[in-house]
Design a protein around this ligand. Sequence first.
Ligand code: GUN
Length: 292
Amino acid sequence: MMSKIIDGKVVAKKVLAECGQEIESLKAAGVTPGLAVVLVGNDPASMVYVASKVRKCAELGLHSRKIELPEDATHQEVLDVVLALNADTSIHGILVQSPPPPQIDEGAIVRAIDPAKDVDGFHPENVAKLALEDASGFVPCTPAGCMRLLKDAGVETSGAEAVVIGRSMIVGKPMALLLMSKEGNATVTVAHSRTKDLAAVCRRADIIVAAIGMPGFVTADMVKEGAAVIDVGINRVEDSSAKRGYRLVGDVAYDEVAPKCSAITPVPGGVGPMTIAMLISNTIKAAKQSHE
Ligand code: GUN
């Protein structure tokens, strides 16, 4: 089978072009959407993600603020930053990069974010809105991006058997909710590290979303001929021939899985660019809603 390679950069560009028009009309009405990104500590991957989020805001003419706190920042210090951002009217979206250092109670920080500024969609109010299919909430960026990729690639989710591998709050759980929603209409199984005979579960799938954080975890024997595969994994593996000493690989063993698929996302260049595009889109939505 000739698999269609889903180009996340192309779809992200489309989403950002739509955002560009909305930014113009908001600015014409005197509102510049503003995003604050909070980074605690110096996790190398988080530093890269945060820098690219802030860069993309600047490119699009959004107001952005990057707030960096040291690795040994206290929970109270992070909380104070969030509370100040809640009160800052130039900021419409707040994102605290995950994972923070262990002394930070991440759940408490997320609950402290004003739900109307929670562009990550992690606050319990937004999680509930997603489950209730209340469109006024914020949908987490990565699964929202995966849904958009499926739609753009013409993958029919309605009536499909979908298997989500991974049950995280950031990807797995919201992905399952989106796929089973009235928009997705899929029959959804959420598989994880304790799932018995995961390969057999995956082989049933018309759509696989891999979000388990293990390089090359999904192998060809786990994939049905003609399935669509969305690879959320961004794993660093050592590679002495690479300039940085590592390369990025997904959760899917791409070379052996791709020939069996009807459609597949590469890593990098698949889901990654979509996450930022959906973050910008959520920030615009927050700015709009704050001025309604
Ligand atoms: N870490 C990995 N993905 C994300 C995300 O979407 N939002 C935040 N805040 N942290 C992350």
